[in-house]
Design a protein around this ligand. Structure first.
Ligand SMILES: Cc1cc2nc3c(=O)[nH]c(=O)nc-3n(C[C@H](O)[C@H](O)[C@H](O)COP(=O)(O)OP(=O)(O)OC[C@H]3O[C@@H](n4cnc5c(N)ncnc54)[C@H](O)[C@@H]3O)c2cc1C
Length: 399
């Protein structure tokens, strides 16, 4: 049984074919391009997103009636993993774009779907979530960006930071505090904001050396007009709705971490099977083999936890604890495993001939997006009594 079999067994034949097609897409030219652009300190070319869209993958979870594949959460997870084996940042960024399309298809008004959906599916109107701000990402409830009511719409003012794909998107799903609208004054709403650069919108790249493929950017708004019909989630409901998407995102980010580390382990094992030292292959040295054995052990444990969390999300449960556990554990294991695999390959592991340095510098950023370790531990701690409180057996013996 292979590493991903327990996921694949739960997919339909059509979904397995999609995972296969995604694998074909990622191997070869795309794979080489990701490594080459990383080595040259730039992001992969946007044309690859358009090619991905042409294969229909931006609409992976979009209902069929709207032109998508209507794929399950587990299928989305497997496709994200398939790409994360080749490049973590590209997989994270493209997956974020897919998530925005799904949200508009599922929760958008008729007018919003009519205006945005075709462009989103084709890649002409890329859209990303803009929640974090320079003064705080963890504590989203304190966000300062405001949406001021004016005739026919809203004026958005404020700065959004760390927006994945922020340099290339044509629209954003943005959280802002409404100001002032009667009883709703101060409540947080979300807006689908068309982004036209000019006097009301500026972008500034947040340069992440070794991880430019996230295309992280600040979006700086000053009285940026959005028409009424762009209100996406009503004031007072948007924060809760965004946190629900973040919860599911934790699971596929965890799944991508596991996949990147799995690819690194394969590369290290392949290398160590042929590289000779002291008269035999590296893998033939007991102390060396034990180190990679330990990597395989933690990776299998992370994969099992991620699968459990993914099944829970797919079943429609909130899975708050499991999602937080999966992300915290998978990120920590992946960051450690990538480092171990790089060391196992000696200097070659850090060279541009292999992708471990790229996977390592990109995957470590997974520790911030969709919840830092401390925030995840906080989440897990809040669920302790519910998840692990006194069991019926304990109650019998300790009434
Ligand atoms: C690669 C990447 C992609 C991202 N993509 C997006 C995106 O697409 N859209 C978007 O809106 N944002 C995005 N972000 C932003 C991300 O969500 C934030 O970085 C994250 O929420 C943390 O916020 P912060 O960086 O402001 O850190 P802060 O919130 O300032 O936290 C700093 C440190 O303090 C700790 N801390 C904070 N509060 C507590 C507490 N109560 N107890 C203990 N420790 C605490 C944190 O865990 C962290 O270690 C991305 C970030 C990265 C790195």
């Amino acid at each position: 049984m292979s590493f991903y079999d327990l996921y694949d067994q739960r997919l339909s034949a059509e979904e397995r074919a999609l995972v296969g097609a995604a694998g074909d897409f990622c191997r070869g030219e795309f794979n080489a391009h990701l490594l080459e652009s990383h080595t040259q300190g730039r992001a992969y070319d946007v044309s690859w997103i358009h090619r991905w869209a042409k294969e229909g993958f931006l609409g992976l979870q979009v209902p069929r009636d709207f032109g998508g594949h209507d794929a399950s959460f587990l299928c989305k997870v497997r496709i994200a993993q398939t790409m994360a084996e080749h490049g973590f940042a590209a997989a994270f960024a493209i997956n974020n774009l897919q998530g925005s399309v799904t949200r508009v298809a599922r929760s958008g008004s008729e007018k919003q779907r009519a205006e945005f959906l075709d462009g989103m599916l084709s890649g002409r109107t890329l859209c990303a979530a803009a929640m974090s701000e320079p003064d705080g990402g963890s504590d989203l409830g304190t966000l300062k960006t405001k949406a001021q009511r004016v005739d026919g719409g809203w004026l958005i003012s404020g700065t959004k930071s760390w927006v994945t794909n922020g340099l290339i998107i044509q629209s954003a799903n943005l959280l802002a505090r409404v100001d002032p609208v009667g009883a709703e004054a101060g409540d947080i709403a979300s807006f689908l904001v068309p982004l036209t650069d000019g006097p009301t919108l500026r972008r500034e790249e947040l340069v992440m050396p070794g991880a430019r493929s996230f295309r992280l950017s600040c979006l700086i708004f000053q009285d940026h007009f959005v028409p009424d019909w762009c209100l996406f989630i009503q004031p007072g409901q948007a924060l809760k709705s965004s946190m629900a998407s973040v919860n599911a995102a934790r699971v596929h980010v965890a799944a991508m971490c596991v996949a990147s580390a799995r690819a690194a382990l394969s590369e290290a094992v392949g290398y160590a099977g042929t590289r000779q030292a002291f008269g035999k292959p590296l893998l033939g040295h007991q102390g060396f083999g034990w180190e990679l054995a330990e990597v395989s052990l933690r990776l299998e444990a992370a994969n099992a936890l991620v699968l459990r969390a993914a099944i829970a999300v797919q079943a429609g449960t909130a899975a708050l604890t499991l999602a937080a556990q999966a992300k915290k554990f998978a990120v920590d294991v992946a960051v450690w495993a990538l480092d171990q695999c790089q060391r196992a390959m000696g200097a070659a592991g850090a060279s541009a001939d292999h992708r471990l340095a790229m996977l390592s510098s990109e995957t470590r950023l997974a520790a911030f997006g969709d919840g830092t370790n401390q925030m995840l531990l906080d989440r897990i701690a809040k669920g302790l009594a519910k998840e692990y409180g006194c069991s019926p057996v304990q109650k019998e013996f300790h009434p």
